[in-house]
Design a protein around this ligand. Structure first.
Ligand code: GLU
Length: 287
């Protein structure tokens, strides 16, 4: 099988050194292995995405010397694909409508008998307030509603993936999560947000499959979320790619770089006369 990887930025701010590292690492691997490097614009959050940031992604990546196969996948054009998957999950009874807002969830999760709220890879673990509400799955799925995945089923069923890089605590090789662990450590995650009609987790899984990605290269901040992605791949009967999680580039104080950290923006280095090779050296990649 041909090695195929991707870089999947969200156009919600300037790319910084951390993005450059991730993109160049994936690109170098594809080159070395005679594989393919693809690009995907993850713009499902239309309240934060801007065309000008998308344009800057193209400019920055070209300046870094990267080339990708066309066409670029753009998530905002793939609404119907996400809806079809949600319909299928709804019909199988895997989803339920959630009426809670952030405040409700925090209040329920912090109730005295609950202790302090448990945090999973998708934030506060949902206390299950709306889980028991009856949904008539014979009827069409409600539109414009938040939908959660009902995590249940065989508690000893495994959801496995192959880590070919390293998680934040050095995790590597075959990573196994049982359904029971997912139920307690992840909970019922939102698969469709009211304002988006999808979610990061659902879209990323469907799009990696549609692009035929064999290796996902990304920062180890997404290592825990990968367990969600593998569970979704199992439910949606999609192939699980290999995952290569890598270290995060940090600032001089050891803090992880953020989109708002303009000081590390690629465009800034570009304007200051750096070259792509200078950036490679800065992030520790061979020229
Ligand atoms: N769009 C995500 C980001 O910009 C990356 C998702 C992924 O690589 O799976 O952080």
């Amino acid at each position: 099988m041909m090695f195929r990887t991707r870089f999947a930025p969200s156009p919600t701010g300037p790319l910084h050194l951390g993005h450059a590292y991730s993109a160049m690492l994936a690109y170098d691997m594809a080159k070395r292995l005679g594989g393919e490097f693809l690009l995907r614009i993850e713009d499902i959050d239309q309240s934060r995405a801007r065309d000008s940031w998308t344009q800057m992604i193209y400019d920055d990546l070209k300046w870094l010397g990267l080339e990708w196969s066309e066409p670029v996948m753009v998530q905002s054009t793939r609404h119907s694909v996400y809806q079809k998957a949600l319909d299928a999950l709804w019909k199988q009874g895997f989803l339920y409508v959630c009426h809670c807002n952030r405040k409700d969830i925090l209040a329920a999760a912090s109730a005295p008998q609950e202790g302090s709220p448990m945090i999973g890879p998708d934030g506060v673990i949902y206390p299950g307030t709306c889980r028991g509400l009856v949904n008539d799955i014979v009827n069409p799925r409600p539109q414009d509603a938040a939908l959660r995945l009902k995590l249940c089923g065989e508690r000893n069923q495994n959801h496995n993936f192959n880590e070919v890089g390293e998680g934040p605590d050095g995790e590597t090789g075959l990573i196994i999560s049982t359904r029971a662990q997912m139920i307690t450590e992840v909970g019922d995650i939102v698969l469709s947000r009211k304002d988006m009609g999808t979610s990061y987790h659902l879209s990323v899984v469907l799009d990696d499959a549609a692009q035929g990605i064999t290796h996902v290269v990304r920062g180890h901040d997404l290592f825990e979320a990968t367990k969600i992605h593998v569970l979704l791949q199992d439910l949606l009967e999609l192939q699980t790619p290999a995952y290569h999680h890598h270290d995060l580039i940090r600032d001089d104080q050891g803090k992880r770089l953020a989109k708002r950290d303009d000081a590390r923006a690629i465009a800034k280095f570009r304007d200051e006369g750096y070259t792509a090779d200078n950036i490679r050296k800065l992030v520790g990649l061979p020229c």
